[in-house]
Design a protein around this ligand. Structure first.
Ligand SMILES: *Cc1c(COP(=O)(O)O)cnc(C)c1O
Length: 424
């Protein structure tokens, strides 16, 4: 049962079989890092594989494509194989390439084929702006008007999107559905399996943005029949700033010609034939466009090793336990300070972070940073706190809440402006 004292947290750490992984990471000195859902921390293994790849470049020059510890030519495929279990896919269904937004463009360019009555894309009104911009521009590229052809399911409370509302919006004019697995602000986890089944009943293709779930939550994309997905590797997967993205295509679509073709999508044996007839790879590899961003991919090799070792079930179990503990502490310690917990309370609907709402959120975040807790702020009023299974301890969670309590008790946030920085 929950207790509010530090020894309770210390005990949880003693029982935690993932606690040794904390030493695998470079933790920021004097700070409790709660922003791993925005940019994960550097691990020693990620640093090592990046160093290995730089060494190949230094010592092998062009021959690094085929030689060295991590031959560059196959890096996207290798990382795809290593990521497959994280999303519940077959190795050939996943490729690591490009950026999240570029991968979304590629997938929508491939799977959005307005015809007859089915001309619209269904999304939601709470998704990350980049996803919405991409959908709008893909609609424009088809000569259609996004105001008419992009349908965004409304939120009833500004935090969550109800699955029932999404299903009701799956009308006969919808050609394609693109939704987040976990909403970036409130941390709501959608019922991917149910939504996929309902879309397919109506003959609609469906894809998911896994930026806020891959590396935090297990997925079963292939079992659930999800048509496609894409995600970030620099958030929960700790691949580093600008780290390249992940892309999943269900094998039932391997006969589809990618919407945006480029030579890196070629069949590997044919790529250097330099023919002008495109021969695609058999699998998600076909959806690559240009050369893999090798230096942005290299850290992911070392990072994914740890996820393979531990497995997503254990990572999810600890994450749920930590977010629950964090919410219990907030309720216990901060009950007087009008915080609202803006994320779902139920385990099956909660992602990897806690979303605290407060009207002074922007400046509370500034105070937290100055006092040694790294949160992030999402306008207008959300403090996101993500305890990350591989490098956050229960004592970290406990201490972060004590610091927040001191800030509130002393109104320390009042010396800051209640406005966000350029990067929030
Ligand atoms: C982080 C994030 C992105 C970022 O996309 P990039 O192309 O990597 O800049 C896009 N969508 C969502 C939902 C995100 O959380």
């Amino acid at each position: 049962m929950f207790q509010n004292d530090k020894s309770y947290a210390e005990n949880l750490d003693l029982q935690d079989e993932l606690s040794p992984y904390k030493d695998e990471f470079y933790l920021m000195e004097g700070a409790i890092y709660m922003d791993g859902n925005s940019l994960g921390l550097l691990s020693k293994r990620a640093e090592q594989t990046l160093t290995d790849v730089i060494h190949s470049w230094k010592t092998l020059g062009i021959d690094g494509w085929m030689n060295g510890n991590h031959p560059w030519f196959y890096m996207g495929e290798k990382l795809g194989e290593m990521s497959a279990d994280l999303v519940g896919a077959k190795p050939e269904e996943v490729i690591v390439t490009a950026s999240t937004t570029t991968n979304l463009h590629q997938l929508v360019a491939t799977f959005y084929k307005p015809k007859g009555k089915q001309t619209k894309i269904l999304a939601d009104e709470l998704n990350f702006p980049s996803d919405i911009y991409a959908l709008q521009s893909q609609i424009r590229l088809k000569g259609l008007d996004p105001n008419e052809h992009l349908i965004q399911v409304k939120s009833r409370n500004g935090r969550f999107i109800e699955e029932d509302d999404i299903i009701e919006a799956m009308t006969e004019d919808i050609a394609l559905i693109v939704l987040p697995t976990v909403l970036y602000r409130s941390g709501q986890l959608l019922d991917i399996e149910r939504l996929t089944a309902e879309a397919h009943k109506r003959g609609i293709l469906i894809g998911f943005d896994g930026c806020h779930s891959v590396g935090a939550i297990p997925h079963h994309f292939t079992k659930w029949g999800v048509d496609f997905a894409y995600w970030c590797n620099y958030k929960y997967l700790n691949s580093g700033p600008g780290g390249i993205g992940g892309l999943y295509v269900n094998e039932k679509h391997f006969d589809q010609l990618p919407g945006l073709t480029g030579w890196w999508g070629s069949h590997k044996q044919k790529q250097f034939d330099m023919e002008h007839q495109f021969v695609p790879a058999n699998g998600a590899g076909a959806f690559q466009i240009g050369t893999t961003h090798i230096l942005s991919a290299a850290p992911l090799i070392g990072s994914l090793e740890m996820f393979q070792e531990v497995g997503m079930e254990k990572i999810r179990m600890k994450s749920l336990k930590m977010t629950k503990y964090l919410m219990e502490l907030v309720e216990y310690e901060l009950g007087d300070y009008s915080f609202t917990i803006g994320n779902p309370l139920e385990n099956h609907r909660r992602g990897g972070h806690v979303s605290l709402e407060h009207e002074e959120a922007a400046r509370i975040c500034k105070a937290l940073k100055d006092e040694g807790v790294v949160p992030d702020f999402r306008a207008p009023n959300v403090i996101r706190l993500a305890p990350v299974s591989l490098y956050t301890s229960y004592v970290d969670v406990w201490e972060a809440v004590q610091i927040l309590k001191r800030i509130m008790d002393g109104k320390w946030y009042e010396k800051y402006e209640n406005k966000r920085e350029v990067i929030a």
